[in-house]
Design a protein around this ligand. Structure first.
Ligand SMILES: [Zn+2]
Length: 266
């Protein structure tokens, strides 16, 4: 049977899209030797029986479904600009925000404009704006609730695929949250993934650093090591886990962080 005839037989099977199936071969009649694959908008078939030459592939058109499945929707929308809501006000409009920034060692990062920090009046959150390094525009924001009734404690506005980054140092550290990223930014570039798992999209936003530390809180030490091996296998060099014995990094002053990473001598 030629390609066209085979194709007609396979199409006649009426196999639904996005299916991988193994079945009896209609060409050689052998049991369970034919695979048909209709994923990615293609139609492919192959018989494993030695005596059978049934095989072929019909390339479908690249539909939007295919594009979305292959490139994932999140990547398609990644350059969408985040429109800063009217409810985001200056940090000076809230005493609570100023206190939070001070208590969590974010004050300097805010004052030196290493981080764009706002107060969301509507949700009562201190908000860290996330920039898309490719477009230089806002891509989203991460908000920390300022009273115990605000749920969830951390809330993500807009794009969730770009990590929050603070500082431009040669070494970087992956931390638990935005406040910690700000707290370290005098000494190291702070990167907050917001969630301890690393998404594929995150990797695209991590540049090569001389040293890339991972310092999640001590309950997440196993996750830190898992993250380290993921980053190493993704090609990042000098990935090191820094085990935090007591608190997370936002509880430490610049001097303490310097000592923790570089020792007193620096
Ligand atoms: Zn066959």
């Amino acid at each position: 049977m030629n390609y066209k005839q085979q194709l007609a037989v396979i199409e006649g099977l009426g196999i639904p899209p996005d299916t991988q199936i193994r079945m009896d071969c209609p060409f050689c009649q052998n049991k369970n030797t034919l695979t048909v694959d209709t994923t990615s908008n293609n139609l492919g078939w192959y018989c494993f029986h030695a005596s059978c030459s049934a095989r072929g592939k019909k390339q479908g058109e690249k539909t939007m479904d295919y594009v979305n499945v292959t490139f994932k929707k999140e990547d398609v929308n990644i350059n969408e600009e985040f429109v800063v809501p009217d409810s985001f006000k200056s940090v000076f409009s809230s005493e609570k925000v100023l206190r939070y920034l001070h208590d969590n060692n974010c004050w300097e990062a805010c004052m030196w404009a290493r981080a764009d920090i706002k107060y969301d009046v509507k949700q009562d959150r201190v908000v860290f704006l996330v920039k898309n390094p490719d477009t230089g525009r806002y891509a989203g924001a991460v908000g920390r609730g300022l009273n115990s009734k605000v749920y969830p404690k951390w809330y993500m506005y807009g794009n969730k695929d770009i990590p929050f980054k603070c500082g431009e140092c040669k070494d970087a550290v992956i931390v638990e949250d935005c406040a910690s990223a700000c707290a370290v930014s005098n000494v190291l570039t702070g990167i907050a993934l917001m969630g301890t798992s690393l998404k594929q999209s995150h990797k695209n936003y991590l540049e090569p650093y001389e040293n890339l530390y991972i310092a999640l809180d001590r309950d997440a030490t196993n996750k830190s090591y898992k993250l380290a091996s993921e980053l190493t296998s993704a090609g990042f060099k000098n990935v090191k886990v820094k085990v935090l014995h007591e608190y997370d990094l936002k509880c430490y002053s610049t001097a303490e962080i310097e000592e923790m990473f570089y020792g007193r001598s620096k």
